[in-house]
Write a protein that binds this ligand. Structure first.
Ligand SMILES: CC(C)(COP(=O)(O)OP(=O)(O)OC[C@H]1O[C@@H](n2cnc3c(N)ncnc32)[C@H](O)[C@@H]1OP(=O)(O)O)[C@@H](O)C(=O)NCCC(=O)NCCS
Length: 164
């Protein structure tokens, strides 16, 4: 059983697709995942939609075999990329979906000139973000009833297409 796990994980990862949200129907899927995770699962907030930043940010959906399984958002403020609303539906966690979402957001931010990425991590997810190169800044704080930690990561801005 243990011997087949690494291969099984890599096969799974190839099935994960992360795409920018392009239609209002896809944006509704983003809101549905936010609602499932941040409202019904975590009771963090009941208000998950129509934030002013949603219209001026990159929102993405992660897909496995035609099913939307995760989401995330990045907003540019000058040369800072603020990452928020990263969520993977519970049955799909631990398969690399969160990492794929983050890598897409970071790549997009670098291609759009960002020099630093920031986010407010729920502290249970610190290790997830650490593995993606983020480091904690300052003290943890509470948002609703959930402990959070400001984190940041330096980026390497580059032209679209991936060349420096
Ligand atoms: C945090 C979250 C987005 C992670 O998504 P995921 O798809 O399970 O993460 P991945 O499978 O891509 O994990 C990537 C790596 O981080 C690690 N990791 C993921 N979640 C972790 C956790 N809670 N604690 C420690 N390590 C974690 C994985 O083991 C994996 O390590 P590896 O690359 O060495 O194998 C997901 O658990 C989630 O949606 N949680 C609820 C919502 C939430 O808290 N969002 C964050 C708001 S700040």
């Amino acid at each position: 059983m243990t011997s087949v796990e690494p291969e099984a994980r890599s096969v799974e990862r190839e099935r994960i697709r992360v795409e920018p949200v392009r239609t209002s129907e896809e944006l509704e899927l983003v809101y549905a995942i936010r609602s499932e995770v941040f409202d019904r699962e975590q009771h963090l907030t009941t208000w998950v939609r129509d934030y002013p930043e949603d219209g001026r940010s990159l929102n993405v959906l992660a897909w496995i075999d035609g099913e939307a399984v995760g989401t995330g958002r990045v907003s540019l403020w000058g040369d800072e990329a603020q990452v928020a609303w990263v969520a993977v539906r519970r049955p799909y966690r631990g398969r690399g979906v969160g990492r794929a979402i983050m890598e897409h957001l970071i790549r997009w931010a670098e291609e759009h000139g960002a020099r630093v990425a920031t986010l407010n991590a729920q502290t249970h997810a610190l290790e997830f973000y650490r593995k993606l190169g983020f480091r904690p800044i300052g003290r943890p704080f509470y948002m609703a009833h959930i402990e959070h930690q400001l984190m940041e990561r330096e980026l390497q801005p580059r032209a679209q297409g991936g060349t420096a």
